[in-house]
Design a protein around this ligand. Structure first.
Ligand code: CMP
Length: 147
């Protein structure tokens, strides 16, 4: 079992597709074990995206991420990190095939709907940045043999 961090960006709320995206993750058999909406302050957004500091899109990315509420999730499942990234599709929306979240809903890379951790160290760091330990809600999966 693996845990990963998923953040639905402010545009998802505007487009009214939070449910659609969560539905896709759930249908795959992934478990939501942490969920909240929050408005990021600049420092948290800068910390979250620190690896992109200095890139041409960095300031716009931080501004966009702080422009409205995000929906933060902790997702658990077998190979959850890779599985979620496959469902989301590549960062550059021009490369994102139909059937992926970005391929189906995003037209611009900046507005690519979803952030998901790219590795175990990133997942641990991002979960720790967005969630306190007591906010996690692990649950026993009574359906796991069907997924
Ligand atoms: P995300 O997976 O959240 O990680 C970094 C984000 O930066 C990425 O999704 C995009 O929203 C944004 N991003 C990455 N590359 C570009 C780019 N070339 N132009 C605009 N935004 C980008």
């Amino acid at each position: 079992m693996e845990r990963t961090f998923v953040m639905l960006k402010p545009g998802v709320l505007q487009r009214r597709i939070i449910g659609e995206i969560m539905h896709r993750l759930e249908r795959k058999g992934l478990k939501i074990i942490g969920l909240k909406m929050l408005r990021l302050d600049k420092t948290t957004a800068e910390t979250h995206y620190a690896e992109h500091r200095g890139k041409p899109f960095y300031q716009d990315l931080v501004d966009y991420t702080c422009s409205g509420p995000v929906t933060a999730m902790i997702i658990e499942g077998e190979e959850a990190i890779a599985t979620v990234r496959r469902l989301i599709g590549p960062t550059n929306v021009k490369d994102a095939p139909p059937g992926t979240i970005r391929g189906d809903f995003a037209a611009k890379t900046m507005l690519n709907m979803v952030h998901a951790s790219d590795s175990k160290p990133s997942a641990d760091r991002e979960i720790g940045l967005f969630f306190k330990a007591e906010e996690l809600c692990p649950w026993e999966d009574g359906n796991k043999e069907w997924f």
